[in-house]
Design a protein around this ligand. Structure first.
Ligand code: ASP
Length: 437
């Protein structure tokens, strides 16, 4: 059995619904379909989920919301009509509209995007609709109750067979709706694939697969054919975002592969994400990165021999609940690198605390970009760093920080924000020229 998930652009119009149906019809094994709310039909369109958030703000502040509601209603009615369906989506819409007047819980309202989309899709495919509030159960602390959710999923699948399930939400023990974070329909699909022991989890989107670099920086980057869970998590953590980061671990634990596919090009094989990849045709799997890190550079003579120094520095970051990304160290200096957003309100407090509590001099340097060069086939090979440094030096880029985790699947370099795009492009072009990527 295959669990499929279709993202917002695959749900954006009747034409896209038709593509989904032909994908489902092509393989009877595709028995579980998870859907997002309709996304943008054209680039200047607005996603239904964004419209619902705006609608909720209007409700909250007592601003008239008729126009926004009309846009939401119009999108669903249009799809129903264009497909010639008769699933009475108008009654569902009317019910929600009548509840709006009394005010509405935000999570409930937002979840209606996926709920209504799944109603339409189940009618179109002739699959049973099963509400995700009855499958994905959250604890009050917001984590998925694995045991209960698995029981619910198994029960739903065995009693209904082919099903369509709305993504993005589940429910708390009292029945209230709880949402995953944005883009969370990927996570719903991932849990369903895990609970139902799917042969594979197919995630259908609007790109050919996971790209080896950001297409806004590199022209026509390669689509990665195979990637391990760990490599993908490393690339996603550093900015590549074809799949929600949290949708990987539920499947990694069960060794269920994920296949990223393009609804608009169903004949392309896309990207396979799995534990053991046998394709060793490229040394570098992908490059990603993020801007706006802050480096707290700490200077104190002989700090490297002062027992407990690093722990005391890190405790200060912990007190402010700041996630530390890297800690490069020297003899008389060390730096702590964190995301700029995380210290936006407390950067100077942290500087003064380290200075007063540890007797050190601290400079907080903003605007550092981190670039991750990821590849399972880099492990144990010499000359990788040499190539990275040479290609950055050839375009005059100074490297401010270097980190490599012990498994050697990732090399991270820190450069000035200003050099971010230039560095990624230089690395990609250079790797390409020697067939490393
Ligand atoms: N509709 C939700 C969002 O826009 C969830 C999803 O599409 O995965 O974030």
């Amino acid at each position: 059995m295959i669990v499929t998930k279709f993202g917002g652009t695959s749900m954006a119009s009747a034409e896209q619904f038709k593509k989904v149906k032909s994908i489902i019809d092509a393989k009877p094994e595709r028995q579980v379909v998870v859907v997002s709310a309709p996304g943008k039909k054209t680039s200047d369109d607005v996603k239904i989920t964004d419209l619902l958030y705006t609608l909720h703000t209007h409700l909250q502040y007592g601003v008239p919301y008729g126009d926004i509601w009309g846009m939401i209603e119009g999108r669903y009615l249009e799809i129903e009509e264009d497909l010639g369906l008769d699933c009475d989506i108008a009654s569902e819409l009317a019910r929600i509209k009548s509840q709006l007047k009394k005010g509405m819980d935000q999570n409930y309202l937002i979840s209606r995007g996926e709920y209504l989309a799944a109603k339409l899709m189940s009618s179109y495919l002739g699959f049973d609709f099963v509400d995700s509030k009855d499958i994905i159960r959250f604890t009050y602390s917001g984590t998925v109750d694995l045991e209960r959710s698995e029981q619910n999923a198994k029960k739903a699948f065995s009693s209904h067979g082919n099903i369509v399930v709305p993504g993005f939400y589940g429910s708390y023990p009292n029945g209230d709706i709880c949402l995953f974070s944005r883009g969370g329909s990927d996570i719903t699909g991932s849990y369903l694939a895990r609970f139902l022991d799917a042969r594979i989890y197919e995630n259908w989107t609007d790109v050919p697969g996971t790209l080896a670099a950001d297409p806004r920086i590199v022209e026509n980057p390669k689509t990665i054919s195979q990637i391990t869970y760990t490599e993908l998590r490393e690339l996603s953590y550093m900015g590549a975002n074809v799949l929600h980061e949290d949708s990987i671990s539920p499947l990694q634990e069960k060794n269920i592969s994920i296949n990223i596919r393009n609804t608009n090009e169903p004949s392309c094989p896309g990207t396979i994400i799995k534990r053991d990849c046998n394709d060793d045709s490229s040394i570098i799997t992908g490059i990603s990165g993020k801007k706006d890190f802050v480096s707290f550079d700490i200077l104190k003579d002989h700090m490297s021999t002062e027992i407990g120094f690093t722990r005391r520095v890190l405790e200060i970051f912990e007190d402010y609940k700041i996630n530390v990304e890297h800690i490069p160290t020297g003899i008389d200096s060390a730096s702590v690198i964190v995301s700029g957003a995380s210290v936006a309100g407390c950067m100077y407090d942290i500087v003064s605390k380290i200075e007063s509590e540890l007797g050190a001099k601290v400079r907080a340097k903003k605007e550092m970009a981190l670039i991750a060069i990821v590849g399972r086939n880099m492990v144990g090979k010499s000359g990788i760093c040499a190539r990275i440094f040479a290609s950055l030096s050839a375009v005059g880029i100074n490297i401010k920080m270097i980190a490599q985790p012990p498994d050697e699947t990732n090399i991270i370099v820190g450069v000035d924000n200003n050099n971010y795009q230039k560095a990624i492009k230089a690395l990609y072009d250079d790797f390409k020229s020697v067939d490393w990527i």
